[in-house]
Design a protein around this ligand. Structure first.
Ligand code: PSU
Ligand code: MN
Length: 299
């Protein structure tokens, strides 16, 4: 597979330094402009401040880029023609030389091919509410890719109990970073349990090493709750989600559009509170991911 590294990532690989992969769908389709641009640069900065090298992943001209330049990040943030791609889209993206943002599924696929084993995002995809046949390709990718994904659980718009069951059935180890319950994206609780609570980056590094020694092919999902000051009350969340879902039904929005539609609607209906929470959890997850990448190298 032909991968294009930027100079910073190439140097980090050469020097065996810790690297954290970052996804690009959250930039192109998850957050509005200009918050997306600012957040993309901030996430990279946070990774660096915590001792690791950021590798934001995207596809340009059908080529897999691991570590982007400034112009590429700007293009992701404001070019409306950027396509959101999951695993099924990869052959088309390459053959047609498209410019694309990668989801958790495709970022994990490319990161692992590049030898990067830690990846930070906001919330993974999962089983959709009311339509249990809509299962994000993020889930099977995690079942088959031995990396660690740092996230705040699955996005609240999803059927969280069904998503939790899916993770269990497919052998994905779900850890809680200082929490017993699976975080629910904008909210710190879900009523669903993680498999194991851990308190430090080093513990994650040890569990990751054990997974590799056992030759298990599934990801470790390290879930980190949104910082408390940004948490949104469950009642308010359910209300704005119900309103947003109703509108999505009326407008017949389905498939890969549904996630960004609901996130944007919720931000509007909460006067930007969900957007602030989304950015806060992304930044916090980037920090934790960098700490784990550093701990893994220190083991
Ligand atoms: N995390 C966020 N915002 C996002 C996403 C993650 O904070 O928009 C993206 C990820 O790229 C994830 C995708 O892979 O949403 C899931 O989309 P779908 O439900 O269509 O599989
Ligand atoms: Mn889907």
């Amino acid at each position: 597979m032909n991968l294009k590294f930027n100079a910073e990532v190439a140097a980090a690989i050469g020097d065996k330094k810790p690297i954290v992969a970052l996804e690009s769908t959250v930039i192109a389709h998850g957050l509005p402009f200009p918050n997306n641009l600012e957040t993309a640069f901030n996430l990279e900065k946070i990774v660096r401040e915590n001792g690791a090298t950021p590798a934001t992943i995207a596809v340009f001209g059908g080529e897999f880029h691991v570590g982007l330049n400034e112009n590429q990040i700007k293009q992701l943030a404001d070019d409306k023609t950027i396509r959101k791609i999951s695993r099924r889209d990869l052959p088309v993206a390459v053959a047609r030389k498209l410019n694309c943002a990668t989801t958790v599924a495709t970022t994990a696929f490319i990161a692992f091919s590049a030898g990067i084993k830690i990846f930070a995002t906001g919330g993974i995809g999962g089983v959709h509410r009311g339509f249990s046949a809509d299962v994000s390709a993020d889930l099977p990718e995690l079942a088959n890719t031995p990396i660690t994904v740092v996230c705040s659980g699955a996005k609240i718009i999803l059927d969280l109990p069904a998503t939790r069951e899916w993770l269990e059935t497919h052998g994905i180890c779900v850890l809680g970073f200082g929490c017993d319950e699976l975080p629910a994206f904008y909210s710190r609780t879900s009523g669903l349990m993680v498999d194991e609570r851990i308190e430090s980056a080093q513990e994650v590094a040890e569990i990751e090493r054990a997974r590799d020694e056992l030759n298990l092919k599934s990801a470790i999902l390290l879930t980190v709750p949104v910082p408390a000051e940004f948490e949104i009350e469950a009642e308010e969340l359910e209300r704005i989600l119900a309103e947003s879902s109703k509108l999505a039904d009326e407008k017949k929005i389905v498939g890969k559009e549904i996630t960004s539609f609901l996130l944007a609607q919720m931000s509007e209906r909460s006067a930007g509170k969900t957007l602030a929470a989304n950015i806060a959890l992304l930044e916090n997850n980037a920090k934790v991911a960098a700490q784990i990448a550093v701990s893994c190298k220190a083991l």
